[in-house]
Design a protein around this ligand. Structure first.
Ligand code: MF3
Ligand code: CO
Ligand code: CO
Length: 270
């Protein structure tokens, strides 16, 4: 018994109605616009806490709600993960310095629908190695999205991402995954960014989920710091992540969190 529309598959994955796409579009658009608008504030000397304060204000100005404030005790409107931080970096007094790369992850709730996305930014000048990592991570997300269509499986998504990343001699983080979402933040299935083609649940029109691969220049292992949130690479190598919220359509994927300003990739944001 539940109050949501649609039905559940045997794997507990919600199949949404065609009319539900409109709610996801609105939430996704706001989430993406916030990531567009924060870009100009990502400069050497800024603190991650100041960026988060601005994101909190933008969500409020839009009349929306942050999905992360109050989520399992988390107290911020964004996760900001700098350099070797893989994900769930907590905004605070940390000062950005020239050449730092960072992921900003924002999830908003609009009319009950969740829009979850993240992308990479650079403070100051982007160095070659970081640029390659960011490009590969971005392209890995899109390899995953290209594998989305009814009849394919979640394993096809993970396989496409892993095969691409490892061919570039980088590694895919195993310890965190994408997730179903919709009128809830985190729902089945776990969307793995690695795996075997043809395995896992079959994709059906009306499924909503995120794909959010984390890619490391070094080894894939992570550890969580004493704050219980911040995940870092064990070998301290640089890490990057991009995330979109998507819906399965009759023929492929609809990306709910496309950048309205066309600024999804940091080298296009300048
Ligand atoms: N937005 C993250 C995700 O992609 C989750 C952040 S949960 C938080 O699923 F509590 F750390 F904010
Ligand atoms: Co997510
Ligand atoms: Co996210």
């Amino acid at each position: 018994m539940d109050d949501f529309r649609g039905r559940l598959t045997k794997d507990g994955i919600r199949i949404h109605d065609p009319s539900d796409f409109a709610g996801m579009r609105k939430a996704g658009e706001l989430a993406a616009r916030i990531l567009d608008d924060i870009a100009e504030m990502v400069v050497p000397g800024a603190t991650t806490g100041v960026l988060d304060d601005r994101i909190t204000a933008m969500i409020e100005e839009a009349g929306a709600t942050s999905a992360t404030i109050g989520y399992r005790g988390y107290a911020h409107a964004s996760c900001i993960s700098v350099n070797h931080v893989v994900c769930h970096g907590i905004p605070g007094p940390k000062v950005l310095k020239d050449g730092d790369i960072l992921n900003i992850d924002v999830t908003v709730v609009v009319d009950g629908w969740y829009g979850d996305n993240s992308r990479m930014y650079v403070a100051g000048k982007l160095n070659r190695r970081a640029e390659r990592l960011i490009q590969v991570t971005h392209d890995a997300l899109f390899k995953g999205i290209e594998a989305v269509k009814p009849g394919n499986t979640f394993g096809d998504i993970g396989h496409a991402i892993q095969a691409y990343v490892e061919a570039q001699r980088m590694s895919v983080v195993r310890d965190f995954c994408g997730h179903g979402l919709g009128q809830v933040f985190h729902a089945p299935p776990n969307v793995l960014h690695y795996g075997r083609a043809g395995t896992g649940p079959v994709l059906e029109e009306g499924m909503f989920f995120t794909i959010e691969p984390m890619v490391n220049l070094g080894r894939p292992e992570t550890k969580v710091l004493a704050d219980d949130w911040t995940a870092v690479t064990r070998d301290k190598s640089l890490s990057a992540q991009f995330e979109h919220s998507i819906g399965v359509t009759a023929t492929g994927a609809e990306i709910f969190t496309l950048s309205p300003a066309g600024k999804f990739h940091p080298t296009w944001a300048a």
